[in-house]
Each structure stands twice: as structure tokens, then as C-alpha cells.
Design a protein around this ligand. Structure first.
Ligand code: ASP
Length: 336
């Protein structure tokens, strides 16, 4: 048993009791509810949740909390799928996507932004300081610089080396679950690493916010934008219902308006778990031939704190944080 496996097993044993309303691996049980609560995608979601929890715990808003959480993987030099040190596109350029949304409907996003270490904070400025929702590319970078964000080289020597390795074969075949340390291949050059931090928070009053940030698919075409900065695809939050976020092959999530779909299914009465399952099934039905090589995962949080998660393939992990436990990590159930 790997260290992570052991941690998961321990967490599940303790977490199943300590985290009512959380759907644990292999179980769709949704008994009980607890809020405030924060959930986020992948193993790196644990640290992101903890940063968000600190903000919430000190009386900060859900919006402040999700921004603080998203900044953690964005700053992590060991994380090659979000922010600084992300893997670049096929031209060797690191372009970042991020979005933020308040449960009252306000939202902001940046896509294919370069040289700015915290795209989530730029997305929030777009939301709060402009009449727009989405800024892209050079325009987004200029906007950030004008607002005082430092212009930086974000490509680390390690990420550049991985890109040079990839160039030798130049194969583009996205691999699943790179941020799950057990399943992810994560080897520079031979795996097209991707993954996204999607984070959702609900406070004691049932107010929600969400954040989503990624460097997208490694070795993508320059200019490619995934689901993460597209409101309704990578992220959607509504105080009346709950929120959803996604990770995996963004093109499939955009095609199904995935996060919006999950929230709308919840609005119609599905639990967060059922809504995530239905959204995944729609993708699988349309992609029968390729689904086996495809990973998409959805994570949802109801306004009452109920959690759901589901993915096409095994290996999608998500982190849950509330007053009972701040470091819980779960394996989602999956279609395959
Ligand atoms: N959804 C992201 C994108 O397509 C990548 C991922 O989460 O794996 O850009």
C-alpha cells in the first residue's frame, strides 16, 4: 500500500463518520449535511481547501476564501498543471486559464494569459472592476499589469526540460489523472499532464462561490482554451442551488456545458452525486469509442453542504474540508 493509499484508507475510515453528506469512494450515500464546507479537485485540493478554510474561519467571504484557495496550487513550483511551473504549450509558452464566480451570478475569467502568476486574482479583478466577464491573451496580461500584477517568467527550468523531452516525439495524447499521485503518470515528456484546481465553498448562510484555475492541457496548440475559464463549462455557482466544477479534457466539458448542466440537474431535484453522474454519462454516451482514453470529472456542492463527485475513469480524487476535518481526501466513484 502506497503512502497515499494508506492516507486515503485512514481518511475514509475516519472521514466517512466525520464528514456527513460526503459521498465516499464506492458509496453514493448522502446522509446528513454540514456547512460551511469547502471542496476541491485532486490531491492538491487539500492544501487549497485549508487556505480557503482559514479565510472563511476568520469571517472572510466565500469569494475571498475561494480566491485564497486557488492561489495555493498557482504558486506551487512542484505543480505542473496549475499556475507557475505549469507545463507549456507546444511552442514552449505557458498560458493560464482561470475563472471565479459568486453565487449571486457575478463572474470573471481570464484565458490564455501569460506571465502573470495568479490568474485567479486577475479573474476576480475582471469581475469586480470591468463590465466584462472574460479577457484573453495579451489583453488580459495588459489588464493585469495595469492593475499592478507583476510580469514574471513562469516557466521553470523543470517545466522547460519536460517540454524539450516532449518535443523529441511531439505526441499529443492527454493522459488521465496526472495530479493523483497514485494513478498519474506525471513523468516529464512522456505524459501529457493536465488537471485543474476547481474549488467550491459554501458558508454558514448558504452563500456560495467557486474558483477554477489551470495551465490547461500540456503541449496544447498555442491559443487553445479549455473549459476552466468558460463560465458554465469549468465552473458554475448559484446560491439558489449549489455549485459545480470540472477537471479533465476541457473540450468534452465545453461541449456539454458541463458545470452548468450539473447545477441545473441539481435544480431539478438531483442530489449533487446524481447530477455529477448524469453529466458524466452524457459525455460517455456521446463518446462511446473514445471514453476509455478520456478523463472528465465533476465535483459538486449543494447549498446545504452536500457533496457529489463522479468521473469517467477511476483515479479522480477530491478534497473536502469543514469544521470536522480539514484534510480529507476521497476517491470519486467512476463510470469505468
Ligand atoms: N480541464 C482542463 C483543460 O481542459 C485540464 C484538466 O483539468 O485536466 O484545460
Amino acid at each position: 500500500m502506497t503512502d497515499r493509499r494508506r492516507f486515503l484508507a485512514t481518511t475514509l475510515a475516519a472521514g466517512a463518520a466525520a464528514l456527513p453528506g460526503v459521498s465516499c469512494a464506492g458509496s453514493a450515500a448522502q446522509a446528513g449535511k454540514r456547512r460551511p464546507r469547502i471542496v476541491s479537485t485532486w490531491d492538491f485540493g487539500v492544501a487549497a481547501n485549508q487556505a480557503a478554510w482559514q479565510v472563511l474561519n476568520k469571517g472572510g467571504s466565500v469569494l475571498d476564501a475561494v480566491e485564497a484557495g486557488a492561489r495555493v496550487p498557482e504558486a506551487d513550483p512542484k505543480n505542473h498543471s496549475v499556475g507557475r511551473a505549469g507545463y507549456p504549450d507546444r511552442d514552449g509558452r505557458l498560458t493560464l486559464d482561470a475563472s471565479i464566480m459568486d453565487g449571486n451570478g457575478d463572474c470573471g475569467a481570464v484565458a490564455a494569459i501569460e506571465h502573470i502568476a495568479h490568474p485567479i486574482s486577475v479573474a476576480r479583478r475582471v469581475m469586480e472592476k470591468t463590465p466584462h466577464v472574460l479577457l484573453v491573451g495579451y489583453g488580459a496580461e495588459q489588464f493585469a499589469i495595469e492593475r499592478g500584477f507583476p510580469k514574471e517568467e513562469l516557466l521553470t527550468p523543470e517545466s522547460e526540460q519536460a517540454w524539450r523531452e516532449w518535443l523529441k516525439k511531439s505526441e499529443y495524447k492527454p493522459s488521465a489523472n496526472s495530479e493523483n499521485k497514485t494513478y498519474g503518470k506525471g513523468k516529464p515528456g512522456d505524459a501529457n499532464n493536465h488537471d485543474t484546481l476547481g474549488l467550491l465553498a459554501v458558508d454558514a448562510q448558504g452563500r456560495l462561490a467557486g474558483a477554477c484555475t489551470t495551465s490547461g492541457m500540456a503541449w496544447k496548440l498555442h491559443g487553445r482554451v479549455g473549459d476552466s475559464p468558460i463560465i458554465g463549462a469549468g465552473l458554475y455557482v448559484d446560491n439558489e442551488v449549489g455549485g459545480a466544477t470540472s477537471t479533465g479534457v476541457g473540450e468534452e466539458v465545453i461541449r456539454t456545458a458541463g458545470s452548468f448542466l450539473v447545477v441545473e440537474l441539481m435544480r431539478q431535484g438531483r442530489t449533487p452525486q446524481q447530477a455529477c453522474e448524469e453529466a458524466v454519462r452524457r459525455i460517455v454516451r456521446k463518446r462511446m469509442k473514445t471514453a476509455r482514453d478520456l478523463q472528465v470529472g465533476f465535483l459538486a456542492l449543494g447549498r446545504n453542504g452536500e457533496v457529489g463527485a463522479y468521473a469517467i475513469q477511476k483515479g479522480f480524487t477530491y478534497a473536502v474540508c469543514d469544521s470536522g476535518k480539514q484534510d480529507a481526501l476521497f476517491d470519486s466513484t467512476s463510470a469505468m
